[in-house]
Design a protein around this ligand. Sequence first.
Ligand code: ZN
Length: 492
Amino acid sequence: MSASTAAAARYEPVIGLEVHVELGTRTKMFCGCPTVFGAEPNTQVCPVCLGLPGSLPVANKAAIEATIRIGLALNCQIASWCRFARKNYFYPDMPKNFQISQYDEPLCTDGWLDIDVDGEVVRVGIERVHLEEDTGKTLHVGGATGRIHGATESLVDYNRAGIPLVEIVTKPVPGTGALAPVVARAYVAQLRELVRSLGVSDVRMEQGSMRCDVNTSLHRPDEPWGTRTETKNVNSLRSVERAVRAEMARQARVLAAGGTVTQETRHFHEDTGDTTSGRSKETATDYRYFPEPDLVPLAPDPQWVQTLRAGLPEPPRTRHRQLQVHWGLSDLDMQAIVNAGAVELIEATVAAGATPDAARKWWLQELSRQANEAGVELTALEVSPVSVAELQRLVDDGKLTDKLARTVLAGVVAGEGTPVEVMAARGLEVVSDEAALGAAVDAAIAANPEVAQRIRDGKVAAAGVLVGAVLRSTGGQADAKAVRELVLARLC
Ligand SMILES: [Zn+2]
């Protein structure tokens, strides 16, 4: 039993998720600066996003539209009138010393998202969806870990400062028990699919355009909810699940020892899978919110909202169900694909010629295993859907056995080339040359005269010994069925 499952046997978990989505608008939230990812540091800045005196913000209509569409897709109420607020805080990545956000008047409130987990539907309540601006990025250099501790200097890049950011906050989710870590992951995976379907963000967790904070608390059954911690910047689906597991296990240890859980921000560490204490959580008072005086209130025209509602695409759940029928997969297989974030990968692999079942098998079994070992997401592996389809074709054509195909795939992931190139370079093709195979069979018969005699006497089952010998002598590169036929043809 895992530590989080043991925790759920004694305590009820309540989870909550805060997801930040960087919108893919052409320009920033309150100025005309471009938003291209990966540009030279501090080349996409202007007086407004640097917070220089006298500069004035103007809200980006495309960002407001994208936020309303996210709210509508999450079944939220859209405010007919709301304001931006100034959130005051002092970090070097915030050039203005305040962030324009929304506080008590969010654009979208009170919605829900139904997610599929383990054959069940879990309805996750949505507290609010609001719009704010992103901060810059601080880089600590000269140390071993990239953290401020041990660094010799810190650099700040303001290209990201002012990029529109949507924050999607769930209501607390109780009642999921030992499944809490899986529910958290499934929610983020399915929310990501939803946002992607709207075309408003590329939602790439590895590039930070989707980031997640995870709230976790534990309480004894029939007692009030416990104190929650907030684990910050959990940046992959895998980490979302691991962060909840880690917090459940840690809080259960604290509670079981008679201690109390402190309300605080915690940091998740990819390498160890643990969380450590960060700063103690600021309260709303610390931020001294007040309505942003440089912006007019936001009052979306109901007609406009109606038009946006009518233009929403088909929900991903509907599309997934159609794909499932089309692919002939079970509910659980399809949910596993969605929650692994692998729908697009499998669609592309099928489009490249693989059967849905083969595509599912490669991505969810062998490649998931390799991704887990490397501690990365599936999408981060150096292998394309086209390569996976090509690999399956080699298996179907009898050029690779499943076992050889796995070795070839490891070569592809290691950057050695396409499956055909890796197979050729490593000499992994199945030996199908009749003469070479015949010679190997003859050698095996000569080396095992007693076994050969038993087969001649009618004990056909003994052929397995000779087949095994041939497979060994060819380094696993012979097709077992073909070898068996050759053995029997020679001895019976
Ligand atoms: Zn700017």
